[in-house]
Design a protein around this ligand. Sequence first.
Ligand SMILES: [Zn+2]
Length: 536
Amino acid sequence: MSDLLLTGGPVYLGAGRTTEAVLVRDDRIAAVGTLDEVTERAPSAPRVDVQGGMILPAFQDAHVHPVFGGLYQLQCDLHDLPSAESVLETVRRYASEHPDEDWILGGGWELQQFSSGPERKQLDAIEPRRPVYLVDTNVHTAWVNSRALELAGIDRNTPDPADGRIERGADGEPTGLLHEGAETIMRELAPDPLPEQYLEALRLAQSQLHSLGISAWNDAWIETDIFEAYRKLEDSGELTARVVLSLLWDRHQGESQLDRLLEMRKLGTGGHLDANTAKLFLDGVIETFTASVLEPYLDSSGNATDNTGIDMFDPVDLDRFSTLLDREGFQLHFHAIGDRAVRLGLDAIAAARAANGARDARHQIAHVELVHPEDIPRFGELEVVVNAQPLWAQYDSAMEDLTLAYQTPERIKTMYPFADLLKSGARIAMGSDWPVTTANPLHEIEVAVRRTPVENPGAEVFLPEQRLDLATAIDAFTAGAAFANRDDDSGALREGLRADLAVVDRNLFELDGRTSKAEVLLTIASGECVFDRGLL
Ligand SMILES: [Zn+2]
């Protein structure tokens, strides 16, 4: 873009400070300051008046799965449906409209939509012939029909895999729900989307994320197919976002996979892509009792059980793999939800630092749903970035029915302790985990600030002392996420940085935290307009 001067609303500088105007020249921010100062630098630059809107650094998403988000829209998409009936109706319609597909694939259902189950029998009634495989919105549990179980060879005699669970009824038969490692069995069996479908999904997701003011992200789960889709989009010149690729470290393989990751890093770094991150899943999710916790889960009547969830790695292996990856210069990106998983992740990073020395590694732990109070200061001490998904820190039906009921009151107080982490010196980056939940940063920022649901702002506040102020939340989605994404060339509006900007239609500081009321009008990535709701 040749010169463009944006003014007419506050220009956000970070930490709550604002100024009046910003000048974009080619792919750079050429000037920021008062309108007089910026005008002096380019007296004849065309002007855009944002009419009381706000000009911000473009948002970055520190943890998102855009290709999954795009793929679901091309498959049987069950996201954001109001009830179990509507889920079943959508599956029925999709199956009848796609008679030529060998499998019915899709996802986005939620456990709390079903009073019991869901079960394979409901799917058998719709589709007895073809296998049906539908993942939940967390992408940790599969709901399958009897035909799919049969093809996978899963029956009443199949033992649970070490890293997963086959849900069984009172009669001992699999109900049709497969958690974690048991879900993986199905993933490996089902046909992969075609390369063209991955590309189509990525194109769709990129345009949707740009429309939300997002210019860059960390794709938090990269295996070969998605890796190739990014490379193709980059080679064809269609990739306009800057993307960190978090290369999956397969828990079923040992050190021998390092060579594969090194090769992918070489091929996947350059232009808009940066593949210097390794992703390790340390546990599952709370809703299915697979998150690794220090004290056992409670049962539905509030009594202790002997279940403490699943550790995806033996701690000794985890320390060794982490040390190896750190020595090779990789950034570690851990999925850790339970307080034991968070602790093991911190231990592994401590082990890597002890062995290799401290460096500007920006290792990060994503999700951090439960953090034992003793572990809070360790994030700052070990310079571990908190990769937070703030939208989840609210009272909603998933939280009340699936999470709070099975935790002790003491542990509930340790959920999403963002303010405590910040106070203890931790750096916070934010991300959506879309398609698990919405990719809209303006919704996520609202919950970070208010800890109430966007749809129900009058609801009880979830742990009010852990609310963040608005500037902190915006900074976590801009400078904080850019830091986590190792994108030091962006994340702020400062002369010389890459021109990544978003314009929203109102001043976010005048909404009493209800930032979901604002809408994105314009997104500029590397000086190029990638979304415009009629402002230019
Ligand atoms: Zn994720």
